[in-house]
Design a protein around this ligand. Structure first.
Ligand code: SF4
Length: 195
């Protein structure tokens, strides 16, 4: 449930960034969640049903749902949530590509994976999962660093990292709290849960 004071100020066309978990299998020094005090914050996680309800009852029209983290594909309910959302919204997944899900129950035409090759990634696993997802009908956009090594990854998608940067965004943290920037989210988690 979105507090009324916030709901009143929302405009149409938001991208909802859903941080389903802050946990990640990698530990990158440049991670956004470290910006507040260099430590990864903790945050209790909502259930699958709570996420569905929060998104479905959001008080204004949602342009797109972004599933992110932490590493969202390592969250227990990842596939169920993405499959459910893909029949109602455009769904972008920010992932390090370390885990594979078939997503066979999803409307794959409404899903885009956006990934970056991280400093601590296992390159073999990254490329293996990239190929598996592509083979299984999932569109993936990869950053330029590794583009040269992956055939066909320069294709244009309906959504790009550049356009995401410019858009109105609202961040929902794993416990359901709303923020407009990751610094405030990390500060909140540290102050509330990391004592
Ligand atoms: S993979 Fe992403 S979420 Fe995980 S530690 Fe690195 S930057 Fe942070």
């Amino acid at each position: 449930m979105i507090p009324f004071g916030i709901a009143k100020r929302l405009k149409k066309g938001y991208r909802l960034y859903c941080f389903v978990t802050l946990k990640c299998n990698l530990n990158c020094s440049y991670c956004t969640h470290r910006f507040y005090n260099k430590k990864m914050p903790h945050c209790p996680e909502m259930s699958l049903e709570e996420w569905k309800e929060l998104i479905d009852t959001f008080p204004v029209k949602i342009r797109e749902v972004v599933i992110t983290g932490g590493e969202p594909t390592n969250w227990y309910h990842f596939a169920e949530l993405v499959e459910y959302l893909s029949y109602k919204y455009f769904v972008t997944v920010f992932t390090n590509l370390n885990f594979y899900w078939s997503l066979d129950g999803a409307n794959k035409s409404k899903i885009l994976f956006v990934s970056t090759y991280h400093q601590k990634d296992n390159k073999k696993k990254f490329l293996e999962n990239y190929n598996l997802y592509k083979k299984n009908g999932i569109r993936i956009k990869i950053d330029e660093l590794i583009n040269q090594e992956i055939e066909g990854s320069r294709t244009k998608d309906w959504c790009s990292l550049e356009s995401l940067k410019k858009d109105k965004r609202l961040l929902i943290y794993p416990d359901g709290t709303l923020f407009t920037d990751a610094y405030s989210g990390a500060k909140y988690c540290h102050e509330r849960y990391n004592k």
